[in-house]
Structures are given as structure tokens and as C-alpha cells.
Design a protein. Structure first.
Ligand SMILES: Cc1ncc(COP(=O)(O)O)c(C=O)c1O
Length: 403
């Protein structure tokens, strides 16, 4: 069992400042944002500005959640009816369900064995005349090969959406993640490194896209126009003032947490990689900051007595180390074994459905996912003694199989 002196921090973390700001909003009776020209609460507008500064981007919009943020991004890029969008095969369901929601067709791409992100070398073979965009996910905040991916997109005139649900604060080759592609999307759901329980954001440097994003989020309105004039087909994706207030005070605490996570993640990566049979997610030298939403590593079952991934993380849990498996490949989810998810959409080009959903069609992703264990971000907020304890437990487990 974990040494009782080693504390595993709880998540989310809050203090008086968070309580006070939410209380102030409650007591003000201004529980929603209002419009750009007629503010109700101020926190929503200030958070958008502060989050844009944090992301080093021109425009940030606060929305209901990360799934909606993806849907908005797709709608803004004019993706719909039968269009194809390339999505990594190993990510959370929302990266693909958002594509289905907009009546488009997700096409799954294999991931890389080392970074566990979309394999940039497998993208071009998936492009057809129907392909309109690529959704890139930076697993655990570790950047995908954005320069190569953006080149491919440019060559084929495709949009790039960065799903940054895991990537708050990640920086690659000098640029924040979310600013490499056309649009970046974020989630502030409870487990995320910046959270208000639920919430999301959409960011862009493109002024024209920003105008469209605003309109889609706010019922098709236009900034400065009468509120019953609706110029586009939009919806209500606005974040509440209470969530925005909480996000503002959480954002203030982020830098200290972020530094701690980065320090511990670098240390753990180096130490765990010294164990024969363990391979941590590759961190390129050009990754200056990583959100470390999760800390993923692969174990080689041959070196660990043919343990399954479930046996591996269950053992860690039994030793007091919170851990889990990673996402199952999307192609194998029950919904993607069916061919027809939305009425009237032509799914004949899909590389999933029926026998196409077979693991043999996605060998790398299937193998990686069967060997991938993740530590949640709060582990990285702990004292260094916890990192040493994790290394010790995994090393001793490995040694138990080495005779
Ligand atoms: C990669 C990824 N994309 C999108 C989402 C969706 O975010 P939300 O839960 O805020 O809708 C998540 C949530 O976990 C995620 O992990």
C-alpha cells in the first residue's frame, strides 16, 4: 500500500477565492452573460479575454462543453452532410461523435506507437474528394506533429481543428496548442486541468471565423444587432456566468499547478523509461510545456508475465496508485460497429462499420491501446516522493517476473 505519508491530491482543488467569486455571482442575481453590447454578468466576458491571453490567441469563446466546442468548430468550417473528417482512432468518443452530430462521417486514422497521437504519415492515404477537415487530438496534452499535419491540410485544402480537451497550457515549438490549426477547442469538464465542472471554449486567430463562431454560439445573432434578429442557423452554446466566474479564479491557480505537473512528469518519464518493458509517451525536445492531463505509458506484457492492461492498472490501484487504461479504439465501440448512425447520410466511404470495425484493420492502435496505462493529472500534483514510490512499485513488479 502507498505510504500514508504520501498524499495524493484531490481534484478539483478550490479555496476561498473560488467560493467567494461564485457567491458574488449568486448574490448579484446576474447569472448569465447577456450580449456583447448589453452585458449582464462581467465574468463571462472577462474570462473570454483572460483565456484568449492565456492561449496567446486573438479570439476565445466560452461555451457549454468540449463536445459542443467541437460541433461549433465543424459548423463554422461549413462541414456537413456526408463530408468526411479524419479523426484519430484513439481518443474520447466526442472527437468523433461531434462529426456524426454535424451529419458528416468520421474516418479513423491510426495512431503513432511512440506519442499515441494521430500518425501524420497515415493521413494522406485516407483523403478522398469528400474529405473536408482533420481533427487532431493531443493526447494528455502531448502535441501531435502539427507542422506536418498543417502542411498536409494546406496541400489538400482541408480545415484543421485541434481538440485541446487535454492541452490547456501546452506549448510546442513556441506556439500554444490550439493556435496551430484553424480552430482550437477546449473542455472544462471536472477532470480537466482547468475546470468548472462543465464548460468549454473555442479559439481562433481568424477574424472571419471568429465572427461566425460568435453567431453560432448565440442563436445566429450578430454582434451589435437587435437580439430578435437571427442571421445564421445557430444555437445556444453560451456558458453560464457561474461557470465563467469559477474558471476565472481557477485560471489564476493554473500556472503553479502547471509547473508542478511538468516537473513531476519530466522526472517520472525519465525514471520509468529506465525500467525494462516500460515506454512512456514520447516527449519531443520541442515540447516546451505539456498540460499532462494524463500521464500515459505503455508496458510490454512479455516483460510483465503476460499481464493484461486491466491486471496491470488494477495492481497499481491496489498499491494505492490511481491509474486506469486509456481510450478503447473508436472503431471498436458498439456504435461504430453499426453502419448507419444518422438518417440520410451516406456512410459507404466509412472505414468502420460491420467487418470494417475489425481490430486487424487498425493494428497499431489496437496493440497500443491494449498496453496503455494512464495516471491521472492529480498524481502529478503530488510531492516527488509519490513519483519515487510509483517508480519503485513498477520496478519491483518488473523484477518479480525477471527470474
Ligand atoms: C479528447 C476529448 N475531446 C472532447 C471531449 C469532450 O469534452 P466535454 O466532456 O466537455 O464535452 C473530451 C472530454 O473528456 C475529450 O477528452
Amino acid at each position: 500500500m502507498v505510504d500514508p505519508k504520501i498524499m495524493i491530491p484531490h481534484w478539483p482543488q478550490w479555496d476561498k477565492e473560488d467560493v467567494n467569486i461564485v457567491k458574488e455571482v449568486l448574490e448579484s442575481g446576474k447569472w448569465w452573460a447577456g450580449s456583447p453590447t448589453g452585458h449582464s454578468g462581467e465574468n463571462f466576458w472577462l474570462f473570454q479575454k483572460e483565456f484568449a491571453d492565456f492561449c496567446e490567441v486573438r479570439h476565445a469563446f466560452a461555451v457549454t462543453n468540449g463536445t459542443h466546442a467541437l460541433e461549433i468548430a465543424l459548423l463554422v468550417l461549413d462541414i456537413g452532410m456526408g463530408d468526411e473528417v479524419i479523426v484519430p482512432d484513439m481518443t474520447f468518443f466526442a472527437s468523433a461523435s461531434s462529426v456524426i452530430s454535424t451529419n458528416a462521417v468520421p474516418i479513423f486514422a491510426e495512431i503513432r506507437e511512440d506519442t499515441f497521437n494521430i500518425d501524420e504519415n497515415k493521413i494522406e492515404s485516407l483523403i478522398t474528394e469528400r474529405t473536408k477537415a482533420i481533427i487532431v487530438v493531443h493526447l494528455g496534452g502531448m502535441p501531435a506533429e502539427m507542422d506536418v499535419i498543417c502542411e498536409i491540410a494546406k496541400k489538400h485544402n482541408l480545415g484543421v481543428i485541434e481538440d485541446c480537451a487535454h492541452s490547456h497550457g501546452s506549448r510546442y515549438k513556441g506556439k500554444r496548442l490550439g493556435t496551430w490549426g484553424d480552430i482550437g477547442t477546449f473542455s472544462f469538464q471536472a477532470s480537466k486541468v482547468l475546470t468548472s465542472g462543465e464548460g468549454g471554449a473555442v479559439i481562433t486567430n481568424d477574424d472571419e471565423l471568429a465572427e461566425k463562431i460568435y453567431s453560432i454560439i448565440d442563436c445566429g445573432r450578430k454582434e451589435g444587432k437587435h437580439s430578435y434578429d437571427h442571421y445564421n442557423y445557430g444555437s445556444n452554446y453560451r456558458l453560464s456566468e457561474l461557470n465563467a466566474a469559477l474558471l476565472r479564479s481557477q485560471l489564476k491557480k493554473f500556472p503553479v499547478q502547471h509547473i508542478k505537473r511538468n516537473e513531476n512528469a519530466r522526472y517520472l518519464l525519465q525514471k520509468l523509461n529506465e525500467i525494462d518493458g516500460i515506454a512512456c509517451q514520447k516527449r519531443d525536445e520541442a515540447v516546451q510545456e505539456c498540460a499532462n492531463y494524463v500521464f500515459p505509458f505503455k508496458f510490454n506484457p512479455e516483460k510483465f508475465g503476460e499481464m493484461s492492461v486491466t491486471e496491470f492498472y488494477t495492481y497499481l490501484n491496489s498499491m494505492g496508485i490511481p491509474s486506469d487504461d486509456s481510450y478503447p479504439p473508436l472503431h471498436g465501440l458498439k456504435c461504430f460497429k453499426q453502419m448507419y448512425l444518422r438518417k440520410g447520410i451516406d456512410y459507404s466511404n466509412a472505414n468502420w462499420g460491420g467487418i470494417k470495425s475489425n481490430n486487424n484493420n487498425f493494428p497499431v492502435t489496437s496493440l497500443v491501446s491494449s498496453q496503455l496505462v494512464e495516471l491521472p493529472q492529480e498524481v502529478l500534483l503530488a510531492d516527488k516522493t509519490l513519483m519515487d514510490y510509483i517508480v519503485k512499485v513498477i520496478r519491483e513488479l518488473r523484477e518479480s517476473f525477471s527470474s
